[in-house]
Every structure is written in structure tokens, then in C-alpha cells.
Design a binder for this molecule. Structure first.
Ligand code: GRF
Length: 227
């Protein structure tokens, strides 16, 4: 990333244009639902143009169908934690064909590799259920419980070639309660995520942030692109 780059914003959006969002997920789809609701309410300057999943019977595809959002299952291929190359090409092609400005990972359980990053440079965003850099990777709420921390939370970050290592955009804490299981803790984290992700996405896609080294910082109002 550039040491001090201009505002992160979509490639030349026309004034007033909604940014085109492609959402990728493997799970229940609560974050998709929250994002879709805020787009519909006019609080998020985006339009979901495609939902893709690597899991054929995932909740996220059901939620997308209920809302009549264009959606598709793409078979991930033979690996567990990444997409097979041909599958990755299919994901990229579908997103490019739909003309997405931003790729939004919402519970997508596979690593995206360099071809993906090259196709959407600094345009892929993820939400992770811990306060990164603590507890990256799988089962973050279980990792938090095992470590004995009293506070964990959620992080919205740009995606880079590492596992949950990209520049951090926003974080919110969630207390660990006595008697929590990884499920009850994750449930409370997701409730926080469902409020945070749409808000941060709105700010991100409307050019409110820029990257300075490893840090994502707010752009002064006078420097912001016209909406
Ligand atoms: C969220 O906790 C997110 O942080 C993680 O996967 C979960 C997805 O939940 N990456 P949902 O499918 O949006 O309900």
C-alpha cells in the first residue's frame, strides 16, 4: 500500500451513484441482511449487485433469494481453506461482469489469493469476530474464550495477502460474560457486527478514509469526494 494514499473511494463514481457491492459469504447471512436493510433504507450508499457463496445451501444464499438479490453458488473445488484456481477465476469473472466497485466479505470462509487482490486492489473488505491482531483465523470466539480475555469484539479491515492481517478500518469491543460458550459469545459479537459493518461500509465507499502506512485514517471533510 502507498505510504500516504488518496481517499479510498470507488473508481470514478458519478455524483450520486450508488456503489456496486458484491458480497461473498459461506454462513448464516446476518451481515448480508444488515447491509441489504441499510442499503434499502438509504443509509448505505451502495447497491448489492451480486451475492456469491461457496456453500450451496448457505443461509446467505437463502437471505439473498428472500430479498430478490442476484445470487449464485460457485463450487469451491478440492481445497478446504482456499478456492481452487478455476473456482477463483469464476468468482472474479462473475464479480467483474456484475461491475462491482467493492467486494464485501461477510463470513466467507476461504482465503482470497493474489489473483483476487489484483482484480480488486484495496477494494476487498472483511469483518472478523475478534479485536485483531488477536485471534485471527478460524473460531475466533473460541480462541478468545480459551485465552481468558475479558473483552473481545469485532474488526472491519481491508483484505491483503495474509490471514486477517489487512489494515484495520474499525473495531468495536464485546465483553466476555461468565458462562459464555463460543456460540453465545459469537452471537453477541454478530449483533454488534450487524450494526457496525453497514455504518463502516458507508463511510468506506463514500471516501471517508485513506491509508497512511498501516493505518486507515479519516479524511477531512474538505478533502472528501463529492457524493
Ligand atoms: C461473522 O461473525 C463474521 O465476522 C465472520 O463470519 C461471521 C458471519 O456471520 N467472518 P453471518 O454469516 O454474516 O451471519
Amino acid at each position: 500500500m502507498a505510504a500516504d494514499s488518496p481517499a479510498i473511494s470507488p473508481p470514478s463514481p458519478a455524483r450520486g451513484t450508488l456503489r456496486r457491492l458484491g458480497i461473498l459469504g459461506s454462513g448464516a447471512g446476518t451481515n448480508l441482511t444488515a447491509i441489504a436493510d441499510e442499503c434499502r433504507a438509504g443509509n448505505l450508499a451502495g447497491e448489492i449487485v451480486l451475492v456469491l457463496s461457496d456453500v450451496s445451501h448457505s443461509g446467505i444464499l437463502e437471505r439473498a433469494r428472500e430479498r430478490s438479490l442476484p445470487c449464485r453458488y460457485i463450487a469451491p473445488g478440492k481445497y478446504r481453506s482456499k478456492l481452487e484456481e478455476s473456482a477463483e477465476r469464476r468468482f472474479i469473472a462473475q464479480l467483474a461482469e456484475a461491475g462491482v466497485d467493492w467486494v464485501v466479505l461477510a463470513g466467507f470462509m476461504r482465503i482470497v489469493r493474489s489473483e483476487f487482490l489484483k482484480a480488486f486492489p484495496d477494494r476487498i473488505v472483511n469483518i472478523h469476530p475478534s479485536l485483531l491482531p488477536s485471534f485471527p483465523g478460524l473460531n475466533a470466539p473460541a480462541q478468545a474464550l480459551e485465552s481468558g480475555v475479558k473483552v473481545t469484539g469485532t474488526t472491519v479491515h481491508l483484505v491483503d495477502q495474509g490471514i486477517d492481517t489487512g489494515a484495520i478500518i474499525a473495531q468495536e469491543p464485546v465483553r466476555v460474560e461468565e458462562g459464555d460458550t463460543s456460540e453465545t459469545l459469537h452471537e453477541r459479537i454478530k449483533q454488534v457486527e450487524n450494526g457496525l459493518y453497514p455504518r463502516v461500509l458507508h463511510e468506506l465507499i463514500t471516501g471517508r478514509f485513506r491509508i497512511v502506512g498501516r493505518r486507515v485514517v479519516r479524511v477531512a471533510a474538505s478533502e472528501r469526494p463529492a457524493l
